[in-house]
Design a protein around this ligand. Structure first.
Ligand code: IPE
Ligand code: IPE
Ligand code: MG
Length: 236
């Protein structure tokens, strides 16, 4: 079982376009996929689930789409808070540093974080207004401010200056809609992640699709630069 699974929830716009609906209808339809995947991950025993909901680059979208997304996210956070609390899920938000994030939405993020902070089940991180490079630059700034001598900077120490130092490396990234790119997602944590690229568009992604991705992961041979275990110690 992967300890940390991350999803790049892609394909909402195309889902809507195929139905001759506005792109925002795709974002709306994405909500049920999120709920299904959170529940599937929790029951499967995944300890860390991270969902990419809005990137630092997504500010380039038309203002009307961005505003609509902000409203949808706000509604979803409020609506599902009691269920997340009851299921023992600890919620966190990665990002939301931009002043364009409406203050009332940032407040809802803080409220849900506080409400579920005592939960000890799965940790659900929503990456919202997230950029992998921005987090790395912020960590570098924080390290410099701490006065750490250059020779003492290690990978572990560097990671301690990233937003959530307790967050383990990502084991599996699922990017829906067939697109195969990182799009500035958790650059530090995906260093050795396995990737799967299901063709299904995010609004159609359901628990069985998620479980199929876990199955694919289990068949992967994770070497971390080494050799497969059975050849270990073999004479060449
Ligand atoms: C992902 O779906 C949702 C966000 C980035 C907020 P898209 O909106 O990127 O959907 P496509 O890629 O245009 O189909
Ligand atoms: C990445 O998807 C961000 C999220 C899923 C939130 P995009 O659809 O915005 O990525 P690009 O622009 O196609 O790389
Ligand atoms: Mg997209």
């Amino acid at each position: 079982m992967p300890r940390h699974v991350a999803c790049v929830m892609d394909g909402n716009g195309r889902w809507a376009q195929r139905r001759s609906l506005p792109r925002t209808a795709g974002h709306q339809a994405a909500e049920s996929a999120v709920i299904d995947v959170v529940e599937a991950a929790r029951t499967a025993g995944v300890r860390w689930l991270t969902l990419y909901a809005f990137s630092t680059e997504n500010w380039n979208r038309p203002g009307t789409e961005v505003d609509h997304l902000m409203r949808l996210v706000r509604r979803a956070v409020r609506r599902h808070a009691p269920l997340l609390l009851a299921r023992g899920i600890r919620c966190r938000f990665l990002g939301a540093a931009d002043p364009r994030v409406p203050p009332e939405l940032a407040q809802d993020f803080d409220d849900l974080t506080a409400l579920t902070s005592g939960n000890r089940g799965m940790t659900l991180t929503i990456a919202f207004d997230h950029g992998g490079r921005r987090d790395i630059v912020a960590a570098a700034r924080s390290l410099i401010r701490s006065g750490t001598p250059a020779d003492e900077v290690t990978e572990r120490l560097f990671a301690d200056h990233l937003p959530f130092p307790d967050m383990p490396d990502v084991d599996l990234v699922i990017r829906t809609s067939g697109e195969q790119r990182i799009s500035n997602f958790m650059l530090w944590h995906v260093a050795y992640a396995e990737w799967v690229f299901p063709e299904v568009l995010w609004p159609d992604f359901r628990a069985p699709d998620f479980l199929a991705c876990l199955h694919t992961y289990r068949r992967r041979d994770r070497r971390f630069g080494g050799v497969p275990p059975r050849t270990n110690g073999e004479r060449s």
